[in-house]
Design a protein around this ligand. Structure first.
Ligand code: SF4
Ligand code: SF4
Length: 139
């Protein structure tokens, strides 16, 4: 579910995403990419989505907005994120609410390198409008 305050900042696409067998089959079928191209194993050998320079291998940015290249076939964890009506990370373009724990420090470093500052206000407003519409349709 897209949270109603989503700004499409894409920060959630820097997080660790566990993959189920069904996720892997769906992504292979939908994207034409093989498992070894988009999945890596964690310390226990369980599959995770591959990240490149900290961002999910399927993340792309168009017009300053973060998008998913496999949106229709995205993993279950991505579909469920954030699992509530509002995203706590929605202010991330200025990340003023992030505390300084080690995970957030990593995220802040990533954001520094992401072209979020190029996001035009109008694109953000349009994205918010679309997110609100999507939220109304799914709630
Ligand atoms: S699969 Fe899509 S929604 Fe999930 S982390 Fe990657 S880019 Fe983001
Ligand atoms: S506002 Fe939240 S759900 Fe929307 S893209 Fe950013 S981190 Fe992801």
């Amino acid at each position: 579910m897209i949270p109603s305050n989503c700004t499409f900042c894409g920060l959630c696409c820097t997080l660790t995403v566990r993959l189920s067998r069904k996720d892997i089959q769906q992504i292979e079928k939908g994207s034409g990419r093989k498992r070894e191209e988009f999945a890596v194993a964690d310390a226990d050998g369980k599959p995770l989505l591959k990240r490149e320079n900290g961002w999910c291998t399927f993340f792309k940015r168009e017009g300053g907005i973060g998008l998913c290249a496999i949106y229709e076939n995205r993993p279950g964890n991505c579909r469920e994120f954030p699992g509530k009506r509002l995203c706590d990370l929605a202010e991330n373009p200025i990340y003023k609410h992030l505390s300084d724990n080690s995970e957030n420090k990593r995220v802040k470093m990533l954001l520094k390198n992401a072209p979020i500052s190029e996001t035009p206000d109008t694109a953000i407003e349009e994205a918010k409008r679309k997110a609100a519409e999507a939220f109304k349709q799914t709630s």
